[in-house]
Structure formats: structure tokens, C-alpha cells
Design a protein around this ligand. Structure first.
Ligand SMILES: NC(=O)c1ccc[n+]([C@@H]2O[C@H](COP(=O)([O-])OP(=O)(O)OC[C@H]3O[C@@H](n4cnc5c(N)ncnc54)[C@H](OP(=O)(O)O)[C@@H]3O)[C@@H](O)[C@H]2O)c1
Length: 327
């Protein structure tokens, strides 16, 4: 358990790799456009409140402000040592080629001012031609994903001690099968969209069998990534549960994820909401609450189709092979 002045955050032991235990809630840093000082200050506020688990990616452009904030938190004594924090970053699709994996992690470590990350993830089961990071991606830039070669290099990052644990993100059971067929060090984590309106039951069952810990991005429904609003924060059922428990709707969503054995990665840059998001460990949902959540209509916000521009053609790959919606 990591102790703070305000909250004691439980930790989860990962089954693969040799990372320190993962604090059971993480702070997300994806936010566009990137405003360096805003992100650095938000991470400092989070560290002061008790967050010890931070999520970034080379794609987000938030490695440099996160690195600055962690260095400052250590200088100020908000965090006692590097070992006290758990930092995740991710390999972007334009670097999903065996020879680019290790140089990409080295660049991320430089951005973060760290000697190692606790967790390095393949961001998407999508490989794009090397080049600038563009979103949405061009269809003609998608190339076949060399799962065996890329995972071998992820294992090399781990062997060198640059990533204490390695894993994947947005992988379905089909993608995971391809990694499991070749892995010497299995993925420790699969980070996927998960919240009360996208519960990922099939994927979670598979991951539990293989000892892969699931972390949940967009636990509050995200930042309107799909342009279709937010089915979590607008849920009347969740609002009713929140009222009955004397908690906020966001806390109900985060608590529900935690009770499923999954670690929420939640983004807030507001001190008040960061504090609220940490206060989910000393109360419980009732059986009736859990039943109501289990009956919510399901709706996924992030899809492979939404990742690509609607124009152009796929040359050498099928969109279906990259789809992140579990059948
Ligand atoms: N692996 C992937 O492909 C992937 C994809 C998406 C995200 N992620 C990671 O997961 C993190 C979280 O996901 P996300 O950013 O999509 O969405 P999220 O955490 O579900 O939602 C973030 C939004 O909720 C608001 N919020 C936070 N706490 C709140 C509270 N207590 N009450 C009301 N509103 C609250 C935030 O606004 P304020 O800042 O104003 O509080 C922000 O607009 C990202 O930052 C990123 O690190 C990974």
C-alpha cells in the first residue's frame, strides 16, 4: 500500500515482468492541444494528493511535461524516490517495426528524464509507415503488423531493464493470441477502453486466464473522442446510484471498475476532481448497484475505423484485422 496524507491507494502485483506493484488508480495525461505547464502543474497537484501512477504515450506529446513534473516532485520531496512512482508510456504505430522499438523507448526515456519505465505498451495493434505522427491516420499508411518481431524487441527492452514490464493496448483476444504464441515474457497488461457502458467481459475473462492485468482507459467515457457525447457521464442509472451512495457519478464509475479487478486510468487536470477520483477505496457498491450496472446498454466509443481518415484505401492490410471491438 502506498500511504499519503489523504488516501491510501491499494496496489496490484503484476504477474509478468518485474515491475513494482501498480497503484490501483492511474492519472491519464492525454489532452490536446498539449500545454506543457498545465500538464506539469496537474501532475504536481496529483502527486501532492497521492497519485503515484501516471500514464503517457509518445503519441500524446505529454512525456516531457510529465518528466518535468516528476523531477520537480522529487526535488520538492512530494515523492520520496523514483521507485515510489509507476510510469507507463507507449510505442506509437509509426514505430511498430522491430528495428524502431528500442530507439523509440530510448527517446521516450529521454523525454521523461527517466532511466526506465515501469510499463511499456504497444499502443495499438496497428503498424503505420514510419513518419510523422498524424491523427487520424492515412489508410494507405497501414502496413502488416509483425507481431513476432515487435514483441521480440519489446522483450529486449525488458531484458535491458529499460521497461520493468511490457504489455499492449487496444488488443482484442485475437491480437493477444498472436502475442501469446510467440512470447517468452507474456504481456503484463492490456490497456483498453473500459467503463460501465463498455464492460469488455470476454476480454477480461481471457486476460484473467492468461495472467494479464487489465487497465481501463476512458473510465468516465473519455473526452468525447468519437464526437458522440458521453454515455457514462450522462447515464441516469449511474446518477441514481451516485445519489444513493452520496458519491459523484465519476466515483461510482471508477469504483465499479476497481471492483472488477481492473485499474482505472483517469484524466483530470482539476485539483478538486483529482482528489475526488482518489476517494474510491473506502466504500463499496451494493449487490443491487452491481446488478444495475451489469444491465446497462453497451456502447464502444473508440474503434479502429475512427482511428483512420475516411478517405483513401488500405493497400496491404484489412481494417477488420486491426479492429479493437471484441466480437
Ligand atoms: N491506450 C489508449 O489508446 C488510450 C486511449 C485514450 C486514453 N488513454 C489514457 O487514458 C486516460 C484517461 O482516458 P480519457 O482521457 O479518454 O478519459 P476519462 O479519464 O474517462 O475522462 C476524462 C474527462 O473526464 C473529466 N473528469 C475527470 N474526473 C472527473 C470527475 N471526477 N468528475 C467529472 N468529470 C471528470 C476530465 O475533465 P477535467 O480534466 O476538467 O477534470 C476529462 O474531460 C488518458 O488521459 C490516457 O492517458 C489511453
Amino acid at each position: 500500500m502506498s500511504s499519503t496524507t489523504t488516501v491510501t491507494v491499494p496496489e496490484v502485483a503484476l504477474k509478468h515482468g518485474n515491475a513494482r506493484p501498480m497503484p490501483a488508480i492511474g492519472m491519464g495525461t492525454a489532452n490536446f492541444p498539449v500545454v506543457h505547464d498545465t500538464i506539469r502543474d496537474a501532475v504536481l497537484a496529483a502527486a501532492e494528493l497521492g497519485f503515484r501512477h501516471f500514464d503517457t504515450a509518445s503519441m500524446y506529446g505529454t512525456e516531457p511535461p510529465l518528466g518535468d513534473a516528476l523531477a520537480e516532485a522529487l526535488r520538492r520531496g512530494l515523492v520520496a524516490s523514483r521507485e515510489e512512482v509507476f510510469v507507463t508510456t507507449k510505442l506509437w504505430c509509426t514505430q511498430c517495426q522491430p528495428h524502431l522499438v528500442l530507439p523509440s523507448l530510448r527517446q521516450s526515456l529521454q523525454n521523461l528524464q527517466l532511466e526506465y519505465v515501469d510499463l511499456y505498451l504497444i499502443h495499438w495493434p496497428v503498424s503505420l509507415k514510419p513518419g510523422p505522427k498524424v491523427f487520424p491516420a492515412k489508410r494507405e499508411d497501414a502496413v502488416p503488423f509483425d507481431f513476432e518481431g515487435v514483441w521480440r524487441e519489446m522483450e529486449e527492452c525488458h531484458r535491458l531493464g529499460l521497461a520493468k514490464a511490457i504489455g499492449v493496448s487496444n488488443f482484442t483476444t485475437t491480437h493477444l493470441d498472436k502475442i501469446m504464441a510467440t512470447a517468452t515474457v507474456p504481456p503484463a497488461v492490456n490497456q483498453v477502453e473500459m467503463n460501465p457502458v463498455w464492460q469488455q467481459r470476454k476480454l477480461r475473462e481471457y486476460c484473467a486466464e492468461k495472467g494479464i492485468h487489465v487497465t481501463a482507459y476512458s473510465p468516465l467515457g473519455g473526452q468525447n473522442w468519437s464526437g458522440e457525447g458521453n454515455a457514462v457521464m450522462d447515464s441516469e442509472v449511474l446518477a441514481e446510484i451516485a445519489k444513493a451512495r452520496g458519491k459523484s457519478l465519476a466515483q461510482v464509475a471508477l469504483r465499479w471498475i476497481y471492483e472488477q479487478g481492473v485499474t482505472p486510468i483517469v484524466k483530470s487536470f482539476s485539483k478538486e476532481r483529482l482528489k475526488q477520483n482518489l476517494e474510491i477505496f473506502d466504500w463499496e457498491l451494493t449487490d443491487d448497484d452491481l446488478l444495475k450496472v451489469s444491465q446497462l446498454a453497451q456502447k464502444k466509443m473508440v474503434t479502429a475505423a475512427g482511428f483512420f481518415s475516411s478517405e483513401g484505401e488500405f493497400n496491404s492490410v484489412d481494417l477488420a484485422d486491426m479492429e479493437i471491438v471484441e466480437a
